[in-house]
Design a binder for this molecule. Structure first.
Ligand SMILES: Nc1ncnc2c1ncn2[C@@H]1O[C@H](COP(=O)(O)OP(=O)(O)O)[C@@H](O)[C@H]1O
Ligand SMILES: [Mg+2]
Length: 278
């Protein structure tokens, strides 16, 4: 069957035994809205998985469940083969799952180095628990240099940075400690070409170092550059899961267009010209 004929859930993929992350039969509703239905997903060590889907498909919800922000209604999550129950984002972080949110979660009024240490500041020891500022500054400088992120100074407040630099600091913050799986929810949203290139290079460098990642992005060209495998989420269901080597930009585009037509035909979305809905 060609993928363009496809209009249902992708056949259940059995996750490889060495998966670093497995999502099994996860469902989530918000009141009357079914955000996710029986979602199965896996990421292998060192693999970059691209997650594609229309607005409202459930991509961010899936990310937020994997990173402990939301709890699933049913289904389970396994990290390195062991079932986990994350009660919070911090809990997931302790298990090596970290996220760069769409809205970044940096503190604009604090310097770059302080943002890199947010929630895990180092102290000098002793009863006053004074912050080890110069050590944090030095480590922050070294780390940003090592991952080739250029900022004017680690003492500069985040609010003085461009969108691309902020995103780079957010990625740096997430990857500074050992991360088993890094989730990136639209890391290139609202970024210019030069800034996107900066972040793409950063993600590619992390991938080359063997960092497992899930990247959500609407730009298929970027995803084909970055990812090993692509999954499509539609109305809360994974409908496509394929190695980048076994698909093409053309096939993916055709698939999404045919799905859009199917939704127009069944009255689920309005045509771009506004006709077809009464
Ligand atoms: N906290 C929430 N409360 C209620 N509805 C939500 C919440 N988060 C997401 N939704 C709904 O769940 C669906 C999936 O949303 P989301 O995961 O943000 O999609 P995507 O990231 O693919 O655009 C949408 O219909 C959205 O309105
Ligand atoms: Mg989203």
């Amino acid at each position: 069957m060609s993928v363009t004929e496809h209009a249902g859930a992708a056949p259940a993929q059995s996750a490889p035994a060495d998966s670093v992350l497995r999502v099994e039969h996860v469902s989530k509703t918000f009141g009357a809205v079914v955000a996710l239905r029986d979602v199965n997903l896996y990421v292998k060590p060192g693999e970059v998985l691209g997650l594609v889907g229309d607005n409202g498909a459930g991509k961010s919800t899936l990310c937020k469940i994997i990173c402990g922000f939301h709890q699933p209604d049913s289904g389970r999550i396994l990290v390195e083969g062991k079932e986990v129950h994350f009660r919070s984002v911090q809990d997931a972080r302790r298990h090596g799952i970290d996220t760069v949110y769409q809205d970044l979660a940096l503190v604009p009024q604090l310097p770059i180095y302080a943002n890199l240490y947010l929630g895990r500041e180092e102290t000098l020891g002793g009863p006053l628990r004074l912050l080890a500022r110069s050590r944090m500054r030095r480590v922050a400088e070294d780390y940003l240099r090592a991952i080739k992120v250029q900022v004017p100074s680690v003492n500069a407040d985040v609010e003085t940075l461009s969108g691309g630099q902020r995103q780079a600091v957010a990625v740096a913050r997430a990857t500074r400690s050992q991360v088993k799986v890094l989730l990136l929810d639209e890391p290139l949203a609202a970024m210019g070409a030069r800034e996107s290139a900066l972040i793409i290079d950063l993600i590619k460098d992390l991938a080359a170092k063997g960092q497992s990642m899930i990247v959500i992005d609407h730009n298929y060209t970027h995803l084909f550059q970055l990812c090993d495998r692509l999954a499509i989420l539609q109305e809360g269901v994974i409908t496509f899961d394929r190695l980048v080597a076994d698909t093409s930009l053309h096939e993916l585009t055709e698939y999404m267009v045919s799905e859009y037509r199917r939704q127009v035909d069944t009255g689920r979305v309005e045509r771009a010209d506004g006709s077809g809905r009464h």
